[in-house]
Design a protein around this ligand. Structure first.
Ligand code: 13P
Ligand code: SF4
Length: 363
């Protein structure tokens, strides 16, 4: 993912000048342009978004705007790939900064997944395993899942997708986020100690024995989100001591212990809706990325809202979408130059689309 250095005249702009040039370019592009903003984007970016949302909502919106020639995705690389797969071939999906990746998505690559599958085939019947990939994964992994009869999922629909997979097969292989997989399967009544096993791609044979594979219903990939790994049960206990009656809400990328200690867990859109719907005067300790939490606190001053982690935790890759990059992209489009197009190769896109469409049908 190469990102060229921005021109010096853009790098030197202050916030007001940047904003007025973004505004002018946006107006010039009119309905040819749709800007999507994930909830973790900084305020200086989210204010330009035509639509804000979680991963599921934004991929649905991307697929529902065939009139837009350019979809500028203010989020991270896997989201732009999904949007490219779900849009028409005459539409360009653009990521303002090509270095905006996701460290969790990088924890499983196609060679590792193929190697895992091949080893599993020596100890069990892989035609009875349904692979599920969290959307936080490369298009190549979605294609693998599409080819093997599985589906993608997001944190909004993981429950439905995992139930679907459990009905279809004897086991499921869930990558790359062990926590979303474990939390979802536990929520459906499976026992983390008895029914689940952890595949570690850094170990020979994933660190598992043939018996462990045969005895498990859910094989979890050893991946995680470093932002959500920061939240702890101690933080929740402290929030409850400091603010009696507080509601604790966390993202399901947090560990099982944290999700169990919280009052509820759900996607970024779920967190937003739950807090927005709550009455004035309520207090909320939130276990997710700080840009979203700070925005909620700012937009709802009649409620007490704060991040569970006192050493706030921005997603450093989401943060790479700076207004200067957005300006550079939009002015390029005005001049007829498409920069930073995310384009999934056709063969990969066809199979990945199966995984995404199955997900959207089940959601
Ligand atoms: P959502 O689908 O809940 O927006 O989550 C995306 C993500 O990357 C969370 O870390
Ligand atoms: Fe990836 Fe975590 Fe950032 Fe979400 S918060 S994009 S999972 S690194």
């Amino acid at each position: 993912m190469l990102q060229q250095l921005l021109p010096a005249d853009i790098r030197g702009l202050d916030a007001d000048a940047t904003d007025s040039r973004i505004r002018a370019a946006r107006t010039a592009l009119g309905s040819k342009l749709v800007i999507l903003g994930h909830h973790y984007q900084r305020d200086e970016i989210i204010k330009w978004a035509d639509f804000r949302g979680d991963s599921l909502k934004l991929s649905q919106i991307a697929g529902n705007h065939p009139e837009a020639s350019y979809i500028v995705f203010c989020g991270v690389h896997f989201m732009a790939e999904s949007a490219d797969i779900l849009t028409n071939s005459d539409q360009a999906v653009i990521l303002p900064n090509m270095t905006a990746g996701c460290s969790m998505a990088d924890m499983a690559n196609i060679d590792q997944v193929e190697a895992c599958w091949s080893w599993l085939s020596t100890v069990t019947d892989t035609s009875r395993i349904v692979p599920i990939t969290y959307v936080n994964s490369t298009a190549a992994l979605k294609a693998f899942v599409g080819k093997h009869g599985g589906a993608s999922c997001t944190s909004s629909n993981a429950r439905n997708i995992v139930s679907w997979a459990l009905e279809r097969g004897d086991k499921l292989l869930f990558f790359p986020d062990q926590h979303l997989g474990r939390n979802t399967a536990a929520d459906l009544g499976l026992d983390p100690a008895k029914d689940m096993a952890l595949w570690d791609p850094a170990k020979a044979d994933g660190g598992l024995t043939a018996d462990q594979v045969r005895d498990s219903r859910v094989l979890l990939w050893k991946g995680h989100c470093s932002v959500h790994a920061r939240f702890s049960v101690d933080q929740i206990e402290k929030a409850r001591r400091d603010y009696p009656g507080i509601h604790v809400i966390v993202h399901p990328e947090c560990s099982l212990e944290v999700v169990r200690a919280a009052d509820s867990a759900g996607s970024t859109e779920h967190i937003l809706k739950k807090i927005s719907d709550a009455p004035a005067g309520t207090s909320w300790a939130v276990g997710t990325e700080v840009n979203l939490v700070s925005r909620l606190a700012h937009e709802m001053p009649e409620k007490t809202i704060f991040c569970l982690d006192p050493v706030v935790c921005p997603c450093s890759t989401m943060y790479r979408i700076h207004p200067h990059y957005l300006l550079w992209i939009l002015e390029g489009l005005v001049e007829g130059e498409v920069r930073n197009q995310v384009s999934v190769p056709t063969e990969v896109a066809a199979e990945a689309k199966l995984a995404l469409e199955r997900m959207l049908a089940i959601s």
